[in-house]
Design a protein around this ligand. Sequence first.
Ligand SMILES: Cc1cc2nc3c(=O)[nH]c(=O)nc-3n(C[C@H](O)[C@H](O)[C@H](O)COP(=O)(O)OP(=O)(O)OC[C@H]3O[C@@H](n4cnc5c(N)ncnc54)[C@H](O)[C@@H]3O)c2cc1C
Ligand code: SF4
Ligand code: SF4
Length: 943
Amino acid sequence: MLIMPDTSTAIASDLRRLLREDQVKDDAPTKTAYAVDASIYRMEPQAVALVESEDDIQEVVSYAVNRGVPLTARAAGTNLTGSAIGSGIILDVSRLHRLLEVNEEERWARVQPGIVLAELNKQLARQGLMFGPDPSSGDMCKLGGMLANNSAGPHTLRYGAVKDNVEALRVCLSSGKWLDARSYAVDDSRLASVLATHPSVHETQSLVQEHAALLEQKRPTVSKNSCGYNLFGLAEGLARGRLDLPKLFVGSEGTLGVFSEAMIRLVEKPRATLTALIHFKRLEDVGDAVPKLLELAPSALEIMDANTLDLIGRSKHGIPVDAAATLLVELDAGGVTVDLRKQAEQMAAVGRRYPLASEIVVAYDQEQRDQLWKARKALYPTLYRFDPRKKPINFVDDVVVRAERISELIRYLEEFFGGQRVPVAIFGHIGNGNAHIVPLLDVNDEQDFQKMVTGYHEIHQTVLDRFDGSICGEHGDGRVRAEYVAKMFGPALYDLFVRVKRTFDPSGMLNPGVKISDRPFTEHIDYTRLSKSCATCAKCNAVCPVYDIFRSEDMSSRGWFEIVTDKNYSYLNSKRVVEACLNCKSCRTACPAGVDVSQLILDRRAEHPNALAGTIFRFHAQSERFAIFLKWLARLQPIWDRPFMRRVLDLVSRPMLRHLSASARFSPQIAMPKLATRHLRDRYADLVPTPELGPRSKVAYFHGCAANYFDDGVGDAVIAVLRKHGVEPDLPPQRCSGTPIETYGHRELAKEGARVNLQSFAGYDTVVTGCASCTLMLKDYPKLFAGDPEQPAAEVLAGRVTHISEFVVRSSAKPAMASTGRTPSKVTYHSSCHLRAAGVTKEPRAILANLPGVDFVEMPDADRCAGGAGTYLVKDFETSQQIVERKRRAVEQSGADVVATSCPACMIQLKTGLPKAVQVKHVAQVLRDSYDAADRPADGVNR
Ligand SMILES: Cc1cc2nc3c(=O)[nH]c(=O)nc-3n(C[C@H](O)[C@H](O)[C@H](O)COP(=O)(O)OP(=O)(O)OC[C@H]3O[C@@H](n4cnc5c(N)ncnc54)[C@H](O)[C@@H]3O)c2cc1C
Ligand code: SF4
Ligand code: SF4
């Protein structure tokens, strides 16, 4: 019998012949990861193509169209409508992520579609510029998706939506030909050639001209609209003698062609900005206040209704209990003449006309402003925390009415959902009348499901009939609103949309089911996922160092959530991805929904503990014998740590290290710290309490393994700093905190060591740590022992763990400090991921900023993983070096000659990856140097 390959395998094999082997994926984990975006839907693709050039795009588009395989372009997959998932090929543009050109004078840039908005703006900030449209998902969404969705955001009030900020696009059409979509004068000879080359453009121009009256009649009257194709923009241009092609493609959601490049307009970054919160006692006053506030020309005007404030937690965000709605107002000082304080007074005068629930909160400082925005930007995924069953469901999430009718709309919605007994969050861009409506429902419950269907039709129809509004302001139609596009515009105009779609995509292979489709919005709903804890918002992808390198959803935090929680998960077919996580915990710190993807991965690894790591850690657990072995290695280090011997060691250790992971090696490039011939516990034997006498101090130092075994001065510095603060710490017996042990799946062994630590540190009021990973692990012991008898003791210990930087900041002692040199040294801070996850971020910076003779500079990407993460440097050296590259650029940009940090693995990684001229030190070492300098006799150096 002839066995035919399944279609999926055949498509992937075909694509592999067109692209490079590693650019095409069709294994089970990849398909699982790409089956979701940030919408309520799920569709598994047959293959994923990671394109890297225009040729790649052209090959994939032509293949899909000629073979009749649905093709979905995808950027970050953060859309809320199901437009970046599909049943055929996913063409992921994430590897096309460069800022190609910036023209500062004329204020435009050429960008690729895979660049993340936040990244783009970070690069543009160096020239004092930015891209105006700012979706709240700006940390993770990419330009390709923003262009295709006509995204907008809080600052659209000032800068417009994407459609108002695009000069030109490079579009691969279904014909396989490239179109330079720009605004052409109708008598421009280049347009004649465009029309001759692309009959679809010609036909569309004719259709628009023919139906100009219909378009005029149906043009939405509200300030924002992303529903349907923007033929209105084309008609408007033609009336002025121009064929403005970007207007057609922006907002087309991958249904008319694929973008490889865009020329976007830029704006000047505001010189100063004020952000304010106004808490109204009565909702009806908001509608009255909005036009008055708009007179101040705010750059953003956002609303959160009472339900939203309840759902996100009022006390947590300092919101008064009696606030019926909160407005977030932002005012920019665009020019030097604008006086923000005067504007603030005018704003306060508007506020004083109404009963407010509290004083207006005003912030000028960037950090405070970020704080005010934080809750607003992460609203939707934060709502995932509210209830384990009822989830925020986006199905009427993006309506637009006239700004002055927003209170009326909110009142109507509150009554509607009140009648349904459904909790709902209503928030959004009130200045544009754009409301995001997110009801919390359990779609697996029949009654809730019916409420969703009823709400979908009733609310959309009311927005059209009563408010003369739009069903879609910025999120796009996707799968969720496609069914309603015809109702919004009527059959004649919808028919025009269908004709435009057919002329550009006769085979119907470009993102079928999206925008132009009569399929019901309930098709492809992901009922399983909507009972899980992850909002699929991709905020974690934005911080995941692995995703940053591979730019492929199967190698990302969000993708891993999908993979490890999938009902068909198997370690065997997912090992490749499950073992790729660094356990850096950046995802956990970033997740607004409270998901810890790294923990889920550790749970899966615990089902398959690594045998070689287990042998090493069991040997390690025998502290005495392991210590003897390390001292022996320390004595021989001058021999084995020579370049030639390191190369030999690398070669001979590879077969063994393969048992750790396929990529594991002991690279000669790793900057090995000097092993100590006398361990910290030997050097400070007088601080080691005897079992008979027990604790001699209220403060214990949990030094961990690195500070004990390495001769790197970190442990000495921590002890010296403590002594300066009048504390003589104890060094009780201790075992590895457990981080690396758990990373290799040996949870029971980690618990065994943790039990020793719980007992050993029980008698101390404060347990000081120096190592970032030990700090986090000790604070996480309650999770490690969740449900076990040790949990209460673990909670007590976790409450006592204090990083040395926290200890110093809280200490009442203020030891003298002095400059260590004649010229100030420039110091920057690398915020180790585990210390960040432990909540320690401000203290190390505060210490460094206060040191005399130190010029403390914040480096870009200070909060990004450096790629060391415990033993990752050994487990996958090549990837770890790719990760550290971003840190190297950041340090270089900061101009610092010293990088201070808190984690031994980060220190090794930074010493390996940074130029030799840059010194890498523990925060305690930098501080100790300052104390020591003050002790030296005066030498004319400033104190
Ligand atoms: C928490 C959260 C907040 C959000 N806030 C906002 C907001 O304030 N404003 C807003 O407008 N949106 C918002 N969104 C929705 C979404 O983030 C934006 O629409 C975003 O611009 C989508 O970008 P993306 O890179 O994720 O695109 P994707 O989701 O990957 O794709 C979106 C669409 O673009 C198409 N596409 C992608 N790349 C290309 C290409 N190269 N060529 C052709 N088509 C392409 C896809 O086929 C799809 O149709 C939010 C989403 C979340 C999760
Ligand atoms: S884990 Fe958290 S941050 Fe990541 S996609 Fe899910 S909800 Fe978003
Ligand atoms: S722990 Fe780090 S590497 Fe692992 S998924 Fe989270 S962010 Fe990515």
